[in-house]
Design a binder for this molecule. Structure first.
Ligand SMILES: Cc1cc2nc3c(=O)[nH]c(=O)nc-3n(C[C@H](O)[C@H](O)[C@H](O)COP(=O)(O)OP(=O)(O)OC[C@H]3O[C@@H](n4cnc5c(N)ncnc54)[C@H](O)[C@@H]3O)c2cc1C
Ligand SMILES: *[C@@H]1O[C@H](CO)[C@@H](O)[C@H](O)[C@H]1NC(C)=O
Ligand SMILES: *[C@@H]1O[C@H](CO)[C@@H](O)[C@H](O)[C@H]1NC(C)=O
Length: 328
């Protein structure tokens, strides 16, 4: 299954498809729009739409399956799916890096793409504040010396020796040129399992948290964090941290406070959405629109797109019985 999510174990395939859930392997396998080949869907009027295509190539008109991927259940019930599954890689390595600045993080992404290209399967970054909070909360030691930024890179391939040699060479070059300040590398599954939680950062903070899930181009990727810290410097805020998937430009912003705080909230929203829109980002990289972001969808979609989306919804579900009040 070309998908690895926080929700694995509880989620179901209909939910996976309808949320277009991305997760940790999107960098390698693409989104479900890439891996889902066909669907069976029960339409709001009870008609069964069979677009259970099993072909990789099929240019015969509109690709109707794609309408339902990420539709948040607003257009029909997904009842069957054809999904292309890759062969599971036999060799996995993870490296955890300490880095001095976000500019250097970007250099490492470039380096990793060119030196590890075909085996690179995840490329994540976390700031110190985020990692520190997970580390103390879950008692996981940060495996490198204290640095402003950390990165977690994963490689997946078919040849243990080859992959490990490639990754070692990448680390040696990075350390020699002072691009990487400190690094560890793991190839045992048990150690890899222990290191991944450091990437989940804010998801552990028990305080009230304002969470955002935005996409930005890599040059703007981290800029919102220092801007937010500056904006909130006189407020009672525990941490403002950022972590995300560099492979797909998805940044998670967690602003944690001791208790729900209207003054903080007013400084954060709608500012963060407007800033993201001005920088041509997406106000919802992974988490969809649902009820919570209906009022800001226009910051990521043009009026023309919204009109067309409403027309499609109206045409397919004139009685508004599918997940009413969601998205629009
Ligand atoms: C919009 C959205 C995007 C998300 N993206 C990510 C992500 O990128 N990465 C990640 O780790 N987690 C993500 N999540 C978390 C999410 O819980 C999981 O991704 C998981 O895939 C959801 O599956 P579930 O079975 O728990 O679905 P549920 O929580 O039961 O349902 C999720 C949505 O899908 C609809 N739905 C469920 N089954 C069907 C069906 N058979 N046909 C039609 N509609 C259906 C529901 O009405 C609901 O709107 C996302 C959540 C949402 C709401
Ligand atoms: C949905 O995705 C999760 C995440 O990888 C996976 O564990 C689960 O098996 C998927 N659900 C189904 C029914 O395939
Ligand atoms: C931090 O943000 C991420 C992404 O929005 C979210 O998954 C996580 O649950 C957040 N943490 C808390 C404590 O809510």
């Amino acid at each position: 299954m070309p998908l690895d999510l926080g929700a694995k174990g509880s989620c179901q395939i209909g939910g996976n498809i309808s949320t277009n859930a991305g997760g940790l392997r999107l960098f390698r396998y693409g989104s479900l729009h890439a891996t889902v080949l066909g669907l069976e869907v029960v339409l709001p009027d009870g008609t069964i739409l069979d677009v259970l295509n099993t072909l990789k190539k099929d240019n015969t008109g509109y690709h109707l399956s794609h309408l339902f991927i990420g539709a948040e259940g607003t257009l029909g019930f997904v009842t069957k799916v054809v999904i292309q599954c890759p062969v599971k890689p036999s060799s996995t390595h993870v490296t955890f890096l300490g880095v001095d600045s976000f500019d250097t993080v970007l250099k490492i992404v470039k380096l990793a793409r060119s030196n590890l290209g075909e085996i690179l399967s995840s490329c994540e970054m976390m700031d110190h504040e985020g990692v520190q909070s997970v580390s103390s909360k879950f008692d996981i030691q940060i495996p490198v010396k204290k640095c402003p930024f950390y990165m977690l890179l994963e490689t997946s391939g078919s040849n243990q020796e080859h992959d490990s040699a490639k990754l070692s060479k990448f680390l040696e070059d990075g350390l020699e040129n002072n691009v990487i300040l400190d690094a560890v590398m793991f190839s045992e599954q048990s150690k890899i399992q222990k290191i991944w939680p450091l990437q989940r950062c804010g998801s552990c903070l028990k305080d009230a948290t304002y969470n955002y899930d935005i996409s930005l181009s890599l040059q703007d990727f981290y800029s919102i964090i220092p801007i937010m810290r500056e904006r909130l410097k006189d407020q009672d805020v525990v941490t403002v941290c950022g972590y995300g998937h560099l492979g797909d430009g998805n940044l998670h912003v967690n602003i944690s406070v001791r208790e729900p705080n209207p003054a903080v909230y007013a400084l954060v929203e709608p500012f963060i959405y407007e800033w993201t829109s001005q920088h041509k980002g997406s106000i919802s990289a992974e988490h969809g629109i649902g009820l919570a972001k209906k009022h800001v969808i226009h910051l990521s979609k043009s009026e023309t797109s919204l009109t067309l989306m409403r027309q499609i919804k109206q045409m397919m579900d004139p009685n508004q019985i599918m997940n009413p009040y969601k998205v629009f």
